[in-house]
Design a binder for this molecule. Structure first.
Ligand code: IPE
Ligand code: IPE
Ligand code: MG
Length: 249
């Protein structure tokens, strides 16, 4: 850890409440690569280092849940070569990181429409979930082939089926019941959303769950994101006034 990162970590520990759940839209890999005259896949490769930094930063800061957006449903529309490179990286990530994550007590879950993955990628998903299942220090949710609208449609369908089958009364459908059918069921909503590369949009990520998240956008491109940047975002979060629609006494 750099001196500045260490100093920021000390500050955020003194500063108050650390977010229980951080969500991140990891964006800017392609631009990072083009700035260097490299293929886009080199940016994705470099982005893996930023994932490691962020996981270790969350462990150091005591964040309980980290949900990262790795591949969206819409990203299936990218050229096949880029998709293949991303899926190969997923397999590489699992091969390289699973045992270290397990040692660190990180429990990994992959959230999304995993049916669309090729068998090798699917096997990588199963492998990392199984190998890290006992982790208790940090829940790492990786959103893969994920779209929030699709997730909500799925939840509606699951509830409708339960009503149709007589397992549930229609009036029992409330916010908690709906949230209970989302892929994030059981985790608290994110307190803080970070998006890298300066884009000011949500891109179909956790639309329900982000209802009251604090938003933090940084110009840093994802491959350059370090734990120091993470701590800076948390320090910024600690200065926010979260009112949830109320007024302060
Ligand atoms: C984020 O980086 C990673 C994925 C969406 C898979 P991008 O690939 O979107 O990079 P930019 O936005 O083109 O720079
Ligand atoms: C969002 O990034 C998806 C991920 C980070 C995986 P995109 O780069 O796909 O989003 P848009 O197209 O700029 O909205
Ligand atoms: Mg992008």
């Amino acid at each position: 850890m750099t001196d500045t990162a260490g100093a920021r970590l000390d500050l955020l520990r003194e500063g108050g409440v650390v977010p229980r759940h951080i969500a991140i839209i990891m964006d800017g890999n392609g631009r990072w690569a083009s700035e260097r005259g490299l293929p886009r896949s080199a940016g994705h490769q470099a982005g893996m280092g930023a994932v490691r930094e962020t996981v270790e930063g969350c462990l150091a800061a005591g964040v309980g849940v980290l949900t990262i957006f790795a591949f969206s449903q819409e990203n299936w529309q990218r050229p096949a070569a880029e998709i293949d490179a991303l899926m190969a990286l997923l397999e590489e990530y699992v091969a390289r990181e699973a045992s270290e994550l397990r040692t660190q007590g990180v429990r990994v879950r992959m959230l999304g429409d995993l049916e669309r993955l090729q068998p090798a990628a699917r096997a990588a998903v199963d492998s990392i979930e199984n190998r890290t299942a006992g982790g208790g220090a940090l829940d790492l949710n990786i959103c893969l082939s994920y779209g929030s609208r699709a997730e909500m449609v799925r939840a509606a369908r699951l509830l409708a089926r339960r009503v149709r089958d007589g397992e549930m009364d229609i009036d029992a459908i409330d916010e908690a019941a709906f949230a209970g059918q989302l892929l994030t069921a059981g985790w608290p909503d994110p307190d803080l959303l970070i998006r890298t590369s300066g884009e000011m949009r949500i891109s179909n990520f956790l639309l329900w769950q982000l209802a009251y998240a604090e938003l933090y956008v940084t110009a840093v491109l994802w491959p350059d994101f370090t734990r120091e940047d993470l701590f800076t975002a948390v320090l910024d979060y600690q200065r926010r006034d979260r009112r949830f629609g109320r007024i302060n006494a």
